[in-house]
Design a protein around this ligand. Structure first.
Ligand SMILES: [Zn+2]
Length: 179
């Protein structure tokens, strides 16, 4: 019998890899799945940019259903050039018009600094092309991310861009004033 707190941790006890477990879960998912017959354009015409944090279940937290939105996630939910790439494709090729940014309390990026990058360079002998995008003030980082979206020359729609901080202890969003 497993002593793990979470059923997903059972894989560790049985010699299967985590990925084996996910593939098995997919087989169960597919056995119940019916093709909803959607095309690729998000029903709600919204793209959500969020941190990759494991405690943030975007679809449940925002009441999203399959097909509703584009979900773009990375460490911090920061608006990098690659996020702009995805948003540009989302808006220009797939019809989204709104952008929602979701950072959260207790983000791992708050405990990092750009030293992470320098230490990495010392270890591997190569400087990464990307910035760590660490931050001290999550509200300010949301504002900066909103600003990067609003000022991008590539996007068609920059009027409906709103930013939030998700509280991982209450599940509630707090909106950040862009000013
Ligand atoms: Zn985070």
């Amino acid at each position: 019998m497993s002593t793990s707190a979470h059923p997903s941790a059972d894989a560790i006890d049985t010699g299967r890899t985590v990925t084996d477990r996910l593939v098995e879960a997919n087989e169960r998912y597919a056995s119940r799945f019916t093709d909803p017959g959607m095309d690729a354009r998000p029903v709600l015409r919204v793209a959500v940019v969020a941190c990759m944090d494991a405690r943030l279940d975007l679809h449940s937290a925002l009441g999203l259903e399959l097909g509703d939105c584009h979900t773009i996630r990375n460490a911090g939910g920061v608006v990098t050039d690659d996020v702009i790439r995805s948003l540009t494709i989302s808006q220009r090729a797939l019809g989204t018009r709104s952008v929602m940014l979701v950072h959260h309390t207790g983000c791992g990026l708050e405990s990092l600094t750009e030293d992470f990058r320098h230490e990495l360079e010392d270890e591997v002998g190569q400087r990464p092309a990307w910035a760590v995008e660490a931050f001290r003030d999550v509200d300010q980082d949301v504002r900066q991310s909103m600003q990067r979206v609003r000022t991008s020359p590539f996007l068609l729609h920059a009027d409906d861009v709103r930013g939030f901080v998700f509280d991982v202890t209450t599940g509630l969003l707090r909106e950040i004033d862009p000013a």
